[in-house]
Design a protein around this ligand. Sequence first.
Ligand code: URA
Length: 289
Amino acid sequence: MEPSRRAQLEAWLRYADELGLGPFYLHRVPQAAPESVRSPDSPSVTTAAETRSFAPEVSSQSTGAGAASRTPVMPPASRPAATSTFLPSLAGTSLFEERVDNDSLERIRADIGPACTRCKLHQSRKNIVFGVGSPTAELVFVGEGPGHDEDLQGEPFVGRAGKLLTQMIEAMGLRRSEVYICNVVKCRPPENRLPEKDEIATCSPYLIRQLAAIKPKVVCCLGACSAQTLLNTTQGISRYRGEWFDYRGARLIATYHPAYLLRNPGAKSDVWKDLQKIMAVLGLQPKRR
Ligand code: URA
């Protein structure tokens, strides 16, 4: 599209959005996949098993984890989105490929505002859960949407699934404060249901701006909702979990949601493999036990 026409159209869309007339753009996520599992509604109860290290069986001495991180190995070349037959529309035109000049997390938060009513999730939420962590993080985790605890505290991933995510981060040799953590939708869906198409379409532009402002090296999608949103696909996560994709200058990998792991602990080994791939890219050493 001709740049001045595009700028005009974008300005008009922003104006319409502020008036609450949007969204006018394509719904890019027809249906969340069954693999995406919401965190439990109930307040956190951390079990003994959950308080153990995320990767207790894996010693940095005896596995590929240590080896991979001692000698960082770049993953195989990402499939170019434009030519992928698997995720056909990643390179498709989205009105939200726009870049906001001098964008920052503060500005995005201010644009959302303290009392956003752009989608119906505002009716039942207590707090907008914008995101937390380093604004210059090399690694961003993207979840689905706030649950009960997150809604109360205004911070993502603080419930049971969040504690597991923190363990995963620490197992990678990082602190939670060194990464950035956010969600596709910033307000809790009632009863922890999956975010709906219109809610994702309304809120995901802010996620996309967050990622553009942070400019991480790696984006790790936690669960199908975020993977499908950012990869613009309806494919189930198990089809591409652990594979690398190009995402607007970053590498993107999808893995299972921590809430799924709470219900299916057997999948932890798959997730640990995915985290090791990220560690290799970032040159991280696993946490020594
Ligand atoms: N599940 C998510 O997807 N995000 C959170 O912040 C908490 C649980």
